[in-house]
Design a protein around this ligand. Structure first.
Ligand code: ATP
Length: 199
């Protein structure tokens, strides 16, 4: 499995549609300070479901949408498309090529799609989590993050290991199940109240 291409449209400094083709092996992105190198890495994290504006080096989520320059007006939406070569079947989906896309509008939330089919964030996270990639898998190591890992508390360090080991997916499912159980318990209490009133 390898990342084949990344297309950015209206994402941060990439106002025009820009596609980076990636070959297996090491890819280096070079350019002057402020030319958008880190924005490419932000796009990768974002399309894989990143939810934290701070992790994307912004104040709020809409900051990923092209904000305009002196010669070009701001855009209303940002879109990133990631194409993954899945000929080795590392992703649990029956396609040799998988496309994940995320679109965000200035006035609303995000839309996700896998191979052009609209889906939920959870579907993207689940697709990626078994393969060892994904926004919380620590495969993206940002500037200064190595220092953070080295100076982390033992609990935080355990969190990194758990996430790398794939425990995250099960923790998320457990949290979801617990929320459902809580909602169920509230419904049950309500039914019991109504039954008591009717007696
Ligand atoms: P360095 O080498 O200094 O780390 P870099 O090449 O990694 O720089 P980035 O941090 O990726 O550069 O890009 C910063 C540029 O992106 C800045 O010029 C900033 O104005 C621009 N930028 C960030 N968000 C937006 C946005 N929403 N709209 C337009 N431009 C943006």
């Amino acid at each position: 499995m390898h990342l084949k291409s990344l297309t950015l449209r209206g994402f941060k400094s990439f106002a025009s549609s820009t596609t980076l083709r990636l070959e297996p092996g090491i890819t280096c992105v070079v350019g002057p300070n402020g030319s958008g190198k880190s924005n490419v890495v932000d796009a990768l994290a974002w399309v894989m479901g990143e939810q934290g504006a701070k992790s994307l080096r912004g104040g709020k989520m809409e900051d990923v949408i092209f904000a305009g320059t002196a010669g070009r007006p701001a855009l209303g939406r940002a879109e990133v498309v990631l194409t993954i070569d899945n000929t080795d079947g590392a992703l649990p989906i029956e396609y040799s090529e998988v496309t994940i896309s995320r679109t965000m509008f200035r006035n609303g939330g995000s839309e996700y799609a896998i191979n052009g089919q609209a889906c939920r964030l959870l579907d993207v996270q689940e697709l990626l989590s078994d393969s060892g990639i994904g926004r919380e898998m620590h495969v993206i190591v940002g500037q200064g993050q190595l220092d953070a890992v080295l100076s982390a508390t033992p609990e935080d360090r355990r969190g990194f290991v758990e996430e790398a080991a794939g425990v995250l997916k099960h923790r998320k499912r457990k949290e979801k199940a617990l929320r459902k159980l809580e909602a169920m318990a509230a419904n049950l209490t309500r039914v019991q109240d109504l039954t008591a009133e009717l007696r």
